[in-house]
Write a protein that binds this ligand. Structure first.
Ligand SMILES: O=C(CO)[C@H](O)[C@H](O)COP(=O)(O)O
Length: 225
């Protein structure tokens, strides 16, 4: 699997050109992309500015010497490349397995172009087998948990390595919804968007225009909308 993640990471870096402001995604697949960008900056003198989507990616990019700016210091982000946990045939997806969904969605929203990279195991017919992450403020999140439970969403709090409720880079918690199959993504998005205490959710609908998929048999496949 790692070889496929590396393959698509390297392929995605080819979309990055001199002068671009580039959104740098989070996760093990995006890390291969960031590593390749770092190589190009160091070895090919590629001139870019990165905007990161998590503290983890920020640390990796700094280590590699990729020039970085805060999202509010740039006029626009030309292109963001990120991983995904699930991608359906309409190029809608679930993100947030790495707990970075809020920063990832904000960076994606302000990007002119947005590409996902993934190995073939992420392609699905219906979203929902991967638990849907919902970022929530800590105040009243127990009430929110009970509400999700009553709605039949089978919620669980995301925990950190110590067993405590995970705290995201933005200082919130994550409730994962074990939905199995999301029949109507638009309806669920409306419900979550209207629920007080929900900061953001990992359903990314109509955001990615291109997905680069790595497969054992066919190598790299680029799907566009
Ligand atoms: O959304 C994400 C982080 O919040 C990641 O992009 C997603 O979880 C995919 O990660 P990986 O490439 O490690 O499978």
């Amino acid at each position: 699997m790692n070889n496929l993640k590396k393959l698509v990471g390297i392929e995605a870096a080819k979309f990055v050109k001199d002068g671009m402001v580039v959104g740098l995604g989070t996760g093990s697949t995006a890390a291969f992309f960031v590593a390749e960008l770092g190589r190009r900056v160091a070895e090919e003198n590629l001139q870019i500015v990165g905007v990161t989507t998590s503290s983890v990616t920020n640390a990796q990019a700094r280590e590699l010497g990729i020039p970085l700016k805060d999202i509010d210091e740039v006029d626009a982000i030309d292109l963001t490349i990120d991983g995904a946990d699930e991608v359906d045939l309409d190029l809608n997806g679930i993100k947030g397995g790495g707990a970075a969904l809020l920063m990832e969605k904000i960076v994606a929203t302000y990007s002119k172009d947005y590409i996902w990279i993934a190995d073939e195991s992420k392609l699905v017919e219906h979203l929902g087998a991967f638990p849907l992450p919902v970022e929530v403020v800590s105040f009243g999140c127990g009430q929110l948990f009970r509400l999700f439970d009553k709605l039949g969403f089978r919620p669980t709090f995301r925990l950190d390595e110590t067993g405590a409720r995970l705290i995201t880079d933005m200082g919130n918690h994550i409730i994962d919804l074990h939905l199995e199959k999301i029949e109507d993504p638009a309806r669920l998005i409306k419900l979550l968007d209207e629920t007080v205490g929900v900061v953001e959710h990992g359903l990314f609908k109509d955001m990615a225009k291109t997905v680069i998929i790595g497969s054992e048999n066919n190598g790299v496949k680029i799907i566009t909308k």
